[in-house]
Design a protein around this ligand. Structure first.
Ligand code: LHQ
Length: 266
């Protein structure tokens, strides 16, 4: 017997970094990775660390077990006199959405199972979504008398159009992975057994990419709100910045030398 203490609970967020890819795995499989303020605080802290450092060049968010994320933990919300929803959203949940959108590194949702309520929102906030064949998506909010939050009302109409967004959010019907692909909710669908490797390969590809991927994210980010003139100005500014990067020098050199570029993300 050793004197080491055995942890009594598993961490609710599993984190690892390989080949420049940070993987965040929500780890509350018994409740299909329902979220709590503490869990999303961990996600936000981890994303902020990644954003401020140079080690991480792409991020994967996924879930342990058969769910991706079932949204707010409804048992936690019902217990202890309930949640102060406004405070929880403002102080613990929306910061995670802002962290995903404001970081330059691309974030991939690897949707391994059901994405419900705020879990669906979390996937929508990511740059890319890759889903397992058995994954499902449900704007579950209406089923319990709530409105969609964590920016589902922002991302969904932009991604699939207002009429389809109204249908999903007002009816709360379950969408399977094949339909999610048709609607444009997800970028790719892969067999369940291949999700982890496909997401890792996609993330590694992005992580090997140039600094301009982050600048592209910034340009896409503001395009929703801009008119043509404003967006052309954004591109002028960010393209000027891109030309100052080592990766631009390397990209052009590699082209001229007829070899594959090696980008450093700088
Ligand atoms: C759960 C949950 C869950 C706790 C499954 N909580 N236990 C709201 C309020 C406040 C602040 C901020 O934000 C929000 C936003 C929201 O996210 S509201 C929407 C909250 N989420 C939902 O309403 C979804 C609730 N879950 C479901 O409808 C189903 O579980 C889905 C469709 C996700 C999956 O269905 P099944 O595959 O049939 O699984 P299941 O229902 O049997 O769930 C498995 C277990 O997970 C079960 O526990 P048990 O002890 O019976 O095995 C569920 O109670 C538990 N679970 N979601 N959100």
């Amino acid at each position: 017997m050793t004197a080491e203490a055995t942890p009594t609970t598993a961490p609710e967020l599993l984190q690892s970094i390989t080949d420049g890819v940070l993987t965040l795995m929500l780890n509350r499989p018994e409740v299909l990775n329902a979220i709590t303020p503490a869990l999303l605080d961990e996600v936000t802290d981890s994303l902020r660390d990644a954003a401020s450092g140079r080690t991480v060049r792409a991020v994967i968010i996924t879930g342990a077990g058969r769910g991706f994320c079932s949204g707010q933990d409804l048992r936690a919300a019902a217990g202890d006199g309930g949640l102060d929803v406004g405070t929880v959203l403002r102080d613990h949940y929306t910061p995670a959405i802002r962290a995903i959108r404001s970081m330059d590194q691309p974030v991939i949702a690897a949707v391994n199972g059901v994405a419900a309520g705020a879990g669906f929102s979390l996937a929508l906030a990511c740059d890319l979504r890759i889903a397992a064949e058995s994954a499902t998506f449900v704007q579950a909010f209406v089923r319990i008398g709530l409105i969609p939050d964590l920016a589902s009302t922002y991302f969904l109409p932009r991604l699939i159009g207002p009429a389809r967004a109204a249908e999903l959010t007002m009816l709360g019907e379950t969408v399977d992975a094949a339909r999610a692909l048709e609607l444009g909710i997800v970028n790719r669908v892969v067999p369940d057994s291949e999700l982890a490797s496909a997401a890792a390969e996609l993330a590694r590809r992005l992580a090997r990419g140039p600094r301009s991927i982050g600048l592209t994210k910034r340009a896409l980010e503001v395009s929703h709100e801009n008119d043509l003139e404003a967006q052309l100005a954004v591109e002028e500014r960010l393209q000027t910045e891109a030309t100052t990067t080592n990766d631009f020098v390397e990209g052009v050199s590699a082209f001229l030398e007829k070899r594959r570029a090696t980008f450093t993300g700088s």
